[in-house]
Design a protein around this ligand. Structure first.
Ligand SMILES: *Cc1c(COP(=O)(O)O)cnc(C)c1O
Length: 391
């Protein structure tokens, strides 16, 4: 499964047209990722976790393909509503909800929720009586880049008691949710979590509480990242087999974020300054940690940075444009010699990048252009000749 990747000539044409920095998103690639997901996990319905990348065209593309959405705040719900996406296609999957978020959910007809603590039950029962609730359990997965179980999820042995209490308050106990952690590198986290869920579904049945919905969260990775090549097809097939074996009759959902958008976006940024420091060339880029490289801070992400310059590669350091000395994009990486004005390309940067960018220091958030709206030829060179540094 190849990532969307701008060719050298496409970068040249785009930088002639637009000032850097900018991102380019391919909605065809987003659609391909969605179709890949449905091919390998055919029974699993999609709630796209829009926090990964809320670019409008990415959302409308997924909505057009039939996806629903995982939202965490009133703001995300309102953004979807402004795109004519109905509340019935949203799950409010932030285990702790704000008063304003619950009010927006009620107004927009959002009726599905996850929670992981007893303190949430009265809040939901008052704001959205009868709402369908899924209890989020904590699961263990050592093979994820981002651990989401340190902050979220109740102990599995508390789960049924929470659903029972929710039912007593007039909510509808629907099922169980979990998240194995983001950028998970194998299926074992899912497989083990599914075993725990099966046991809980059976125990609930014995208690006279029929659970009908299972939400397996996110976690599917960007396949080629951090120097690894993950076989996502195999991983998804393994999860699917476990679902068919353990949950043949249950309504299945997932909340993929990174997988849908990660491989569909490229960043183009250019060198705006150079320095000689520590016996190295230092290059200041027009995008940094406060911008789309924010993933470096928040998402533990290492970007591959491509230069089209020729020449021998040498040790160098890349920095962002802000006046904060934390703003190192990549230290001690090998790149060819560059000059002011040279563009570099960062593929696979659709997830948790521009979404958490800020305009700190007055540097505007980089705009996202849609590849399919541009009339530019994507002629590839015979062979990829770019030099890559892994930041
Ligand atoms: C962030 C998040 C996701 C998306 O996770 P990915 O690993 O990007 O697929 C899904 N569900 C919830 C509740 C999240 O917070």
């Amino acid at each position: 499964m190849r990532s969307f990747r701008l060719s050298k000539n496409a970068v040249e044409e785009l930088t002639a047209k637009y000032p850097t920095p900018f991102l380019v998103a391919s909605v065809d690639k987003v659609a391909e990722n969605y179709q890949f997901f449905k091919e390998h996990l055919p029974r699993v319905n999609v709630f796209y976790a829009m926090k990964a990348n809320p670019t409008e065209k990415i959302i409308t593309t997924l909505a057009g393909l039939g996806a629903s959405f995982d939202v965490a705040s009133g703001g995300e719900m309102k953004q979807l509503a402004s795109l004519n996406i109905d509340g019935s296609r949203m799950i409010y999957a932030n285990p702790v909800k704000t008063p304003a978020g619950l009010q927006t959910a009620r107004q927009l007809g959002v009726n599905r929720f996850t929670f992981d603590d007893v303190s949430e039950i009265d809040k939901m029962a008052q704001a959205v009586p009868g709402g369908e609730v899924l209890v989020r359990i904590r699961v263990v997965n050592k093979r994820a880049l981002v651990d989401l179980n340190a902050k979220f999820g109740c102990a599995p042995e508390e789960a049924l008691d929470l659903l029972k209490k929710a039912k007593e308050k007039g909510l509808t106990p629907a099922g169980i949710a979990f998240h194995v952690g983001s950028q998970s590198l194998g299926a074992s986290g899912h497989e083990e979590a599914l075993l725990i869920c099966r046991r809980l579904f059976d125990e609930a049945e014995e208690m006279g509480m029929h659970l009908y919905m299972l939400d397996i969260g996110g976690g599917l990775p960007v396949p080629d990242a951090n120097g690894l090549a993950i076989d996502v097809a195999r991983m998804a097939d393994q999860i699917n087999r476990q679902l068919d074996r353990l949950f043949p009759d249950t309504e299945l959902w997932a909340e993929p974020g990174r997988f849908m958008c990660g491989t569909a976006v490229n960043l183009v940024t250019s060198v705006i300054g150079t320095k000689e420091r520590n016996g190295q060339h230092w290059y200041v880029l027009d995008e940094g940690l406060y911008g789309s490289f924010s993933a470096h801070m928040y998402d533990h992400w290492h970007f591959a940075i491509h230069s089209y310059k020729k020449g021998e590669r040498e040790l160098c350091t890349l920095l962002g444009p802000s006046c904060d000395s934390i703003d190192f994009v990549a230290r001690d990486v090998m790149m060819p010699r560059m000059e002011i004005g040279d563009a570099v390309l960062v593929p696979d940067c659709g997830a948790y990048s521009v979404a958490s960018a800020t305009d700190f220091n007055g540097f505007e958030i980089a705009p996202t252009y849609i590849w399919e709206d541009e009339e530019i030829s994507q002629a590839f060179e015979e062979e990829d000749q770019s030099a890559v540094a892994n930041a």
